[in-house]
Design a protein around this ligand. Structure first.
Ligand code: PSV
Ligand code: MN
Length: 408
């Protein structure tokens, strides 16, 4: 179908396609530096030819992804994976590439010291060390012009009795209050929860309710980050998204897809309906101006690090899938949906929602790209451009000691 035909058909149903295009132009998604470098599972790291090793190579990949999609103008960094001696210089180089530095992610999970946790560790000197690292990230964020610290904790215990839940909670509150007090104006602290891993009996920030409760204690610039991979099976993520939006505490997303948990698969590949329903909630919150901070302030980020897929292509496909789901959300006929809901028309309301999910948005995406001079098919253009082959030739396949079981 051509764009004009789609626009006519939608106009006939009272849907403003220009509004949808305008909203599509507002969608910005950060990509993660760690998605461009070597990564794998605990079984094996498959080294991808041309994978990025330096921070500048990661920036170059992020810039290529943005060039192809037009919706990924920021790259999140992870410290110390992305160590750098000149942060202002990095921000400048990013600017030259048409990018900015996105959320700064502290790493509280890779030092030997963190065996029993970081900010919740029983030993105050380890807690101090973890806190100093988060503070260092606040300083880095200032220097690179980032407005978000994105904090995920590995803290938890493996055995009942190993430590005291409430004492650990106090330790966490105390540390986060110290971080919050250091945040410069305009910077947000995004708290990411996860119900499992690396600890398996309990984690200190296990779900969105715990994260929300801590954020409320801290202040308005502490907000919850929802990683789609961090929920028990069957969790209604769109509902908790709506709840957090209503509380004014949805700070950001780590988009990805999972079959089991934190699998880091390409967003939209495993559960596109869930993705669409989440984006529909974000749309409602965008339109309903009564929310503080509004849905427009929510950071969209990808948190995926691929193992068997070409890394840059996987990132482009993720963005394309996310953009398609976002476009579908803006094709929902909301007034008719509201009328069906008010009339108690259960299946009428359901079918209306599903008709947007089933819409063929390819003409809309093509029109969006045509108007912005973007490649009509970003994945095909990446393959055609030879970027991945050039990176492989220039960068080689540097091997780093990776994860995996010890050889027996
Ligand atoms: C670990 O679960 C994790 O995937 C978290 O989602 C973080 O956001 C990410 O790693 C980077 O630290
Ligand atoms: Mn995450």
């Amino acid at each position: 179908m051509e764009f004009e035909d789609l626009a006519d058909e939608l106009a006939g149903r009272g849907i403003d396609v220009e509004r949808a295009l305008e909203e599509m132009g507002r969608l910005e998604v950060e990509t993660p530096s760690w998605g461009y470098g070597p990564s794998g599972t605990r079984f094996k790291v498959f080294h991808w030819p041309g994978q990025a090793h330096t921070l500048d190579q990661k920036l170059a990949d992020a810039a290529e992804v943005h060039r192809l999609t037009g919706i990924a103008p920021a790259m999140a960094i992870h410290i110390p994976w992305d160590a750098c001696s000149d942060w202002a210089g990095l921000a400048e180089r990013a600017r030259h590439l048409g990018l900015r530095i996105g959320a700064v992610n502290p790493n509280l999970f890779q030092d030997d010291a963190y065996r029993l946790g970081s900010l919740c560790h029983p030993d105050p000197s380890i807690r101090r060390r973890a806190l100093d690292h988060v503070m260092e990230c606040v300083t880095i964020a200032r220097q690179v012009g980032s407005v978000a610290i994105s904090l995920w904790l590995p803290d938890g215990t493996n055995y009942p009795g190993q430590d005291d839940f409430r004492i650990r909670r106090r330790r966490l509150e105390e540390a986060l209050a110290a971080v919050y007090a250091e945040l410069p104006a305009g910077m947000r602290l995004l708290l990411e929860y996860k119900p499992f891993e690396p600890a398996f009996y309990h984690t200190d920030l296990a779900d969105w309710g715990m994260a929300l409760s801590l954020c409320r204690q801290l202040g308005p610039r502490a907000q919850v980050l929802v990683d789609l991979g961090h929920h028990a099976h069957g969790t209604n993520i769109e509902q908790l998204v709506a709840f957090l939006l209503d509380e004014g505490r949805l700070g950001g997303f780590h988009f990805n897809a999972r079959r089991y948990g934190d699998d880091d698969l390409i967003v939209g590949s495993a559960n596109p309906l869930e993705l669409f329903l989440i984006l529909a909630e974000l749309r409602w919150a965008t339109e309903d101006q009564d929310l503080e901070p509004g849905a427009r302030a929510v950071c969209y980020m990808i948190d995926q690090s691929h193992n068997i897929e070409p890394k840059v292509e996987a990132m482009v496909l993720s963005l394309v899938n996310l953009q398609a789901a976002h476009a579908r959300a803006w094709l929902i006929d909301r007034p008719r949906l509201a009328a069906a809901q008010a009339a108690g028309d259960v299946l009428g309301a359901h079918r209306l929602l599903m008709s947007a999910f089933e819409a063929d948005v390819r003409p809309l995406l093509a029109e969006f790209r045509r108007r912005r001079g973007l490649p009509l098919d970003p994945v095909a253009e990446l393959r055609r451009s030879g970027y991945q082959e050039r990176s492989a030739a220039e960068r080689g396949t540097l091997r780093v000691p990776g994860a995996g079981y010890p050889a027996t």
